[in-house]
Design a protein. Structure first.
Length: 512
């Protein structure tokens, strides 16, 4: 690799550009909107289903339509951001997301709602990588980058729980439609601010022709993968369509890799994912999200069905996790990121989160919130916040500016696929354990109240069984972080050359 190429990542917004901190406010606001939307709609789903006459069999499409469009189009969205310019992609993504949200809020039929959710996902796939890559090229000073990614990491991690609170309030006190309409002011403010404040560095675009075969193969492959896991949750792992989706995704994604290794201007340059550090981050983040998504699902049901909490009370019950994530990201991660190697934040972070998850394996019907759930959530939040923050930063560091969009898209893709796997896999484990428990205990239950108690005990037993798997998954994420992520001492980063030789180059960015 030439000296010019090695120095390319340093071409960014001048250190004296005062607008970069204002820009961070609008980037963070947009990220919050996207993350909120992932959970806020779940709270509103029962009410929306009743109003729009959506059948039980079709209600999953409110979530699935978004997940398929978002997960399938992320790499394409990242490449478009590199091609058009990240600021333009960011503003366009916000405008489209706002329009799709307004359409969802005004929906009068199930089909209209599904279409609006798919549009939200498509524009979200343009917006999310543009937001992260803007941060990557605008903040290059080590301490400033640490603070910026600390804020971004806290929002990315804690926004989902905030969505539960906001969704509960809007659904309980206003109307489910406001869970969509609330996105419009968020998007308008973020788009207007970004338009006037963001200054994108010159020369960072990738103007190569669009890799159409790569776009088609990656989109179809990712859609098949996400839909396979989504369908496995509802129809089972042995279902013919589920198996066909998995086979199709493997074939399509392998074909995508072959195409990317041969075309002149690939959609996803393999240098982005074959770098040891970035590959380790994508893998460990995806695994961590598997555990986290399952947990959100189980705890929401546990608090509402077993404990009888209202949607609003359930949302507030998640607050300690949000506080833990913000603390881990902005206080621990930000302060230590320039002093210790990234693996010494990511690995221990995942282990601390795993310890919180381990506490939750002791969940029972009468478990007290203050003595079990509260400390578990605090540990989970602290661990995830501490680990996510350096991971988000390192995943986009050392990347040539022309690849920043697709590198950022890979972060989002690993999270999206991890979420789909987590929801399907852990839900299946929980359901199987619940069925087994109820079968083994229902015969000894005298009367309806006792039978209902056995069913609740079976539900909690199922959650506990699945959470044990989540503990193991977080342990694996920590192991990968410790072994794969070997970025050098503070102020340097290893960067892979074209020949596979690593050159350690002084970089005035986040240190490891």
């Amino acid at each position: 690799m030439s000296e010019t190429a090695l120095k390319a990542p340093l071409a960014a917004v001048p250190a004296g550009d005062a607008n970069r901190w204002k820009a961070l406010v609008f980037i963070a606001l947009a990220q919050l909107m996207v993350v909120l939307d992932a959970t806020i709609v779940n709270i509103a789903l029962p009410s929306a289903q009743t109003d729009l006459g959506i059948s039980d069999g079709n209600r999953q499409w409110v979530v699935t339509a978004y997940a398929l469009a978002f997960g399938g189009l992320l790499l394409f969205g990242g490449r478009i951001a590199d091609l058009w310019g990240r600021k333009r992609a960011f503003v366009l993504g916000l405008a489209g997301f706002a329009a799709a949200s307004a359409l969802g809020g005004a929906a009068t039929t199930g089909a209209m709602m599904f279409g609006a959710r798919a549009l939200q996902g498509a524009f979200g796939a343009l917006l999310a990588p543009a937001a992260l890559s803007l941060l990557a090229v605008m903040f290059t000073d080590a301490k400033e980058r640490a603070k910026a990614f600390g804020i971004y990491g806290a929002i990315a991690g804690g926004g989902g729980a905030v969505g539960l609170i906001l969704g509960g309030f809007l659904t309980e006190y206003l109307d489910w439609r406001w869970t969509f309409f609330v996105n419009v002011p968020f998007a308008v403010v973020a788009a207007a601010g970004a338009y006037f404040v963001i200054r994108e560095p010159e020369g960072g675009r990738n103007r190569s022709p669009l890799d159409i075969p790569g776009v088609i193969l990656s989109t179809l492959g990712l859609v098949a993968l996400v839909y396979g896991f989504t369908r496995a949750e509802s129809d089972g792992w042995g279902d013919a369509v589920t198996v066909a989706m998995f086979v199709a995704s493997v074939v399509l994604l392998l074909a995508f890799v072959v195409v990317e290794s041969r075309v002149k201007a690939p959609l996803l340059p393999l240098r982005v994912v074959t770098d040891r550090n970035r590959g380790g981050i994508y893998l460990s983040l995806g695994l961590a999200i598997i555990g986290m998504f399952g947990l959100f699902l189980f705890l929401t049901y546990y608090l509402q069905v077993v404990k009888g909490y209202s949607p609003v009370k359930t949302g507030f019950a998640f607050l300690p996790m949000v506080v833990g994530m913000i603390t881990g990201s902005t206080q621990i991660g930000t302060r230590l990121m320039t002093r210790v190697p990234a693996r010494l934040l990511m690995g221990p972070g995942f282990l601390v989160a795993g310890l919180g998850m381990l506490l939750l394996t002791q969940l029972e019907i009468d478990s007290a919130y203050g003595t079990l759930l509260l400390p578990a959530m605090v540990l989970l939040g602290l661990g995830m916040g501490t680990a996510f923050m350096p991971a988000m930063s390192l995943a986009t560091q050392g990347v040539e500016p022309r690849d920043a969009g697709v590198a950022s898209a890979m972060v989002n893709t690993s999270q999206q696929v991890g979420g789909a796997i987590g929801t399907a896999l852990l839900n299946t484990i929980a359901a199987s354990a619940t069925t087994s428990y109820v079968k083994g205990h229902i015969a000894g239950a005298a009367g309806k109240p006792q039978q209902e108690l056995v069913k609740l005990e079976g539900m909690v037993h199922g959650y506990s069984a699945a959470i044990w798997f989540a503990v193991g998954i977080l342990g694996l994420a920590a192991l990968i972080a410790f072994t794969f992520v070997n970025a050098g001492r503070p102020g340097t980063t290893p960067m892979a050359s074209g020949e596979g030789v690593e050159d350690e180059v002084p970089v005035p960015v986040v240190a490891h």
